[in-house]
Write a protein that binds this ligand. Structure first.
Ligand code: ADE
Length: 229
């Protein structure tokens, strides 16, 4: 898979993508993540990428020309399955969307700032708009990092058996059960007996029960959806 990310603040993306699982996925060449500086496609001494909004009002808008040039330049090199704009008014990211996107070959991510990007880029170049939640961030970079992480960890070979995504919360529509590690007793707090029993069937049963109970209590919306399926 290849992910191209367009931003005027590449530094904001560096650390989330350079450690742990994201680092390993790139080292194993399971994904190529390329960050592009939008200013390189802007004109003038100041390489301006934003301007005042037509019609007035507070906040700057990201100009269409640099974005258009950058997107078109990348499109000449390869074709993209999706050109994604990260925005609080996009489709809400969830696990099934991450699963779907992890099956694609080439993705382009556009990070906005200030009041957002000129609507014409959204209308004519963007194929999918994604929000990571109902709150407003200062820019799309953190959202792009979240989306990239959620996708890349699902690529075959990125996680090993121990970190398998199959047992993640949400992967089967339920919250994951509680987990424990050594010591079996800590400050008089005990690990549930069944987990020490070695009985795989009982452990599986206990985990399913816990998942169901936890989902019912904490996320009745998810539980209702799971029950209908
Ligand atoms: N940019 C600013 N806020 C955002 C959000 N909640 N999701 C995606 N992109 C954003």
């Amino acid at each position: 898979m290849r992910i191209d990310i367009i931003t005027c603040l590449p530094e904001l993306l560096h650390s989330p993508l350079q450690y742990s699982i994201m680092k390993r996925a790139q080292e194993k060449e399971l994904v190529k993540i390329q960050v592009h500086q939008l200013r390189d496609y802007a004109d003038g001494k100041h390489r301006q990428t934003d301007d005042y909004a037509f019609g007035g009002g507070a906040g700057m808008v990201m100009m269409p020309e640099p974005l258009y040039r950058c997107v078109e330049h990348l499109k000449q090199e390869r074709s993209y399955d999706e050109i994604i704009y990260l925005s609080p008014d996009g489709n809400r990211l969830d696990q099934s969307m991450a699963n779907r996107l992890s099956l694609k070959g080439n993705l382009m991510l556009i990070c906005g700032h200030y009041k957002g990007i000129d609507q014409r880029i959204r209308d004519h170049l963007v194929s999918l708009e994604i929000s990571i939640g109902d709150y407003v961030l200062s820019g799309g970079e953190l959202a792009a990092s979240v989306l990239t992480d959620a996708i890349v960890r699902l690529l075959p070979g990125v996680l090993n058996d121990e970190t398998s995504a199959l047992t993640d919360t949400f992967q089967d529509g339920l919250l994951a059960p509680p987990v424990y590690t050594r010591p079996a007793e800590f400050k008089g707090w005990f690990v549930p007996e069944v987990l020490l029993s070695g009985n795989e069937k009982s452990i599986e049963h206990w985990r399913m029960e816990q998942s169901l109970q936890k989902t019912k209590n904490l996320r009745p919306d998810l539980f209702a959806k799971w029950s209908q399926e």
